[in-house]
Write a protein that binds this ligand. Sequence first.
Ligand code: SAM
Length: 211
Amino acid sequence: MKSNEELVKKMVNSGVLKTESIIRAFNKVDRKNFCMKEHEELAYVDNPLPILAGQTISQPTTVAIMTEAISPSKGDRVLEIGTGSGYQAAIISEIIKPGKVYTIERVGELVKFAKNNLKKYNNVEVIYKDGSEGLEEKSPFDCIIITAGAPKIPKVLIKQLNVNGRMILPVGENNYNQKMKLIINKKDGFEEIDLGNFAFVPLIGKHGFQK
Ligand code: SAM
C-alpha cells in the first residue's frame, strides 16, 4: 500500500473499521509520522514495525480492532498503558476531543519519541512511569487500553473504570501469545468478552511481568 488512505480503505473493506468517527480518525492520523525514519516506506503495510528499545508500533488492524472494541466517543477520558510511538494515542485523541487521553510509557527514550510525534495533539498527556498500576489520581476513565500483554487482568485497573467503562488488554502467561479481553463495567458486575488470539510485547511492572 502506498498511502494512509489505501491502508484505511483496506481495513474498512475487511470489516475491522466500522464506525464513522473511528474511520475519520484513522484517515486523519498518518501512520508514517509515528514510524522510525528508516521504516517509513513500510508505514502503510498492515504489519507491526520495530521502534526503539526492542518495542513495536502495533499492526494497524490490531489498533483498529482494539479501538472499535472500546468504542470511544467525543468527550471521553481515556487511559492508555504502553504509549510506544504514540500512534494509538493519536487515533483516540482525534475521536474523543475535547476529551483527554492519558498515556503511560515505562521506557524513557520512547517517552521522548512519542512526545515528539504527538506535539500537535493538545489533548494527550504522555506520562513516564510504570503503567501497570494505572493512574488512580485521574480516574475514573471511560476507556482503558493496554497495548502490552499482561500475565492476568490487573484488578487495580478495573477499579479505575467508570460505570459502563470499557477496558481492553491482551492477557496470557506467555509473551507474544495472548487472548484479547474486553471488560465492561456494568452496574451489576463485570462482563468479560474474549476477542481471540494476539501477539504483544510483555507488560512489565508491578502488576505485569517482572523485569
Ligand atoms: N500503543 C503503541 C503504539 O501505538 O505505538 C504500541 C505499544 S507497544 C506494542 C507496547 C509498549 O508498552 C512498549 O512501548 C512498552 O515499553 C510499553 N510497556 C510495557 N510495560 C509497560 C508498563 N508497565 N507501563 C507502561 N508502558 C509499558
